[in-house]
Write a protein that binds this ligand. Sequence first.
Ligand code: SF4
Length: 319
Amino acid sequence: MTAPLLHCENLHVRFRTQDGEVLAVNGVDFEVRRGDCVGIVGESGSGKSQTAMALLGLLADNGVSSGSVRFRRKEILNAPAEQLNRIRGSRVAMIFQDPMSALTPFMRIGRQLCEVLQEHTAMSRREITARVMEVLEIVQIPEPKRRFEMYPHQLSGGQRQRVMIAQALLCKPDLLIADEPTTALDLTIQAQILDFFKSLKKRTTIVIITHDLGVVAGLCNRVVVMYAGRIVEQGPIEEIFMGPQHPYTRALLAAVPRPDWDPDKPLPMIGGQPPLATRLPKGCSFAPRCAHAVDRCRQETPELRGRQHLKACHLDLPQ
Ligand code: SF4
């Protein structure tokens, strides 16, 4: 079997804060193969975004990462800034939740996109303009020539998100990491962007980070579920959706509206709150919220076990 495109092994991320050390990511292992679309799912604070930031060397100044991240067989975790800059601009691209934070407000869209290619390629001016127009068409921006001359604030939220995706695609990256790419958009635009991601799967390998399991349905082929800095379940999408084994994954799935959902009835919520990363409970971090918890759960941390479909739970719950 060929080596994975991205291999993340025993990844830890710690932050030094005034309240003490925060362990945001606690021993995460997963891999992404070429052509995969992997969803990393979990509530806010589960460590999913910090996992992505650590992969690309984008942690805040008080963050420290350890473990191993190999991209195309080369170790990149804590690699020199120059090497990471090269990888980020060309081989791996990231899309953030808020396009305004990634676009320069006082620079025209076309110029921002051209600068990416000027920095990372040896293309001529004419080739750069042609590639930018091509990518604006790929992301289905209406009237791309007109948008080329506009500033970010002159575009709608959905159009800005498409421009950010265009920026990410310019250098034909091997891997696209999208952190909550639809969260800031209204429902109709969310659906359009998700449809667009489906078409993107033919062009590149994708990791999509989201709090919503519904987003990964129909888009991803594999899912990684995170809770309190650890992976609690991962596997092929059909198995996770048809036979979730971890109580947390089951609770997340129960909160996804189904086609026959009665909007007058509230969706089931997961009771309680995730633990503070500065005060993780002993044993299984999900125990305080888990209806199935037994004494062992409060003493021993469950390991992630399995082959294709892995779970970190002491119990084998009936389906
Ligand atoms: Fe619940 Fe125990 Fe499984 Fe944790 S290990 S998810 S507390 S049953």
